[in-house]
Design a binder for this molecule. Sequence first.
Ligand code: NAD
Length: 436
Amino acid sequence: MDLKAPKGKLGVLIPGLGAVSTTFIAGVDAIIKKQTPPIGSLTQMGTIRLGKRTENRSPKIKDFVPLAELSDLVFGAWDIFKEDAYQAACNAQVLSPPDLEQAREALEKIKPMSAVFDHEYVKNIDGPNKKSAATKMQLAEMLMEDIENFRKTNGTTRDVMIWCASTEAYIEPTEIHSSLEKFEAALRNNDPLIAPSMIYAYAALKSGVPFLMGAPNLAVDTLAIQELAMAQGLPIAGKDFKTGQTLIKTILAPGLKSRMLGVEGWFSTNILGNRDGEVLDDPMSFRSKEVSKKGALDYILQPDTYPDLYKDLYHKVRINYYPPRGDQKEGWDNIDIFGWMGYKMQIKIDFLCRDSILAAPIVLDLVLFTDLALRNNMRGIQEWLSFYFKAPMVAPNLYPEHDLFIQLTKLKNTLRWMMGEELITHLGHEYYDSYE
Ligand SMILES: NC(=O)c1ccc[n+]([C@@H]2O[C@H](COP(=O)([O-])OP(=O)(O)OC[C@H]3O[C@@H](n4cnc5c(N)ncnc54)[C@H](O)[C@@H]3O)[C@@H](O)[C@H]2O)c1
């Protein structure tokens, strides 16, 4: 293992200067200034047990693995709107006016570069700050120039790109996404099946920058982009940040299954009024979200393995755009379960959640862990980061692991493995040998 130290500045390149990204940047500034603890961030607050329980070794993760310091992060962004990050954060209405004021200086510095955007992929919004070129390949080259300029201006030694822009219309992979060669030809031919997020991913990887997908867009799920990541020796991960309702689902469902309780139906509905909600009001963007949100239960509950418990599970997900709520989403779950002798019970959840508050620490952790993976020469899909995603990426012949607790065990064991520590199995029989 050849784990390099995090020397110098780490560039955080963000397509999408909206609610999530501005809340993330403002929060990092507040943490650096010690105005708030880094709540919700595993890299900053989490600990990791090493060795036997009797050894009492549980350092903080950030003291165990060499992560970049928050003060070494520098931010760059692209958006279709021209407002700087302060204005964008004011529009997003996630943070209170006093919090916005405290972060004003840090936010005002970030002015969005012009975006690669295609209205066909995001129907419900449009803006003036866009690139235009004859081909999609030329658009990719313009993004590569942006990355190069950002690096020079900020003197970064490594960079990570993380998609915090809108959810694009649902598409399935086709022949043009099946290899890098076909994908590059399609970029030159302006193929309509190449979405903007794929152009960003391509430009990032070509520039030596790892790519993370925070929305349910196809991008890094294509074989072409995965081939490029492997060829460039770069990590990729996705997709769709696991916040809100799906977070709760992947906390609760493993618990019900572990006790062999049946689930007959799971109805999830949301109201939200931010720009994300506006975008998701378009049926094609909603379809991307729906597919990403619905996968988790099937994989966790394994209806084929437990037909008596989950074969007839009816799972429905609804998202309703309701402007008065802004970013303060409300998510309801009605879960129809059954127990011993088939007797029925119900669970109701009403989660008054704040989407961007839940997403911001995920962005931070993903950036820091991906930079760690980069310095550790880990390339391709980073399955150990599944913990953060609604639709985690896996190798083509594997099924994804959605159970939050298995995901956390995998993440921590990966950190132990990176640092040459013993993996933890939780077997623990040795503690009882002395009773013999
Ligand atoms: N907040 C959460 O809990 C959560 C969870 C999972 C996924 N996500 C996803 O994260 C993304 C960001 O969420 P948000 O609440 O910040 O949304 P937002 O609408 O506030 O911000 C997205 C920004 O992206 C910009 N944009 C759209 N297309 C672009 C492009 N091609 N290039 C550059 N900029 C572009 C928009 O103008 C907007 O400013 C969404 O796709 C959302 O679905 C959010």
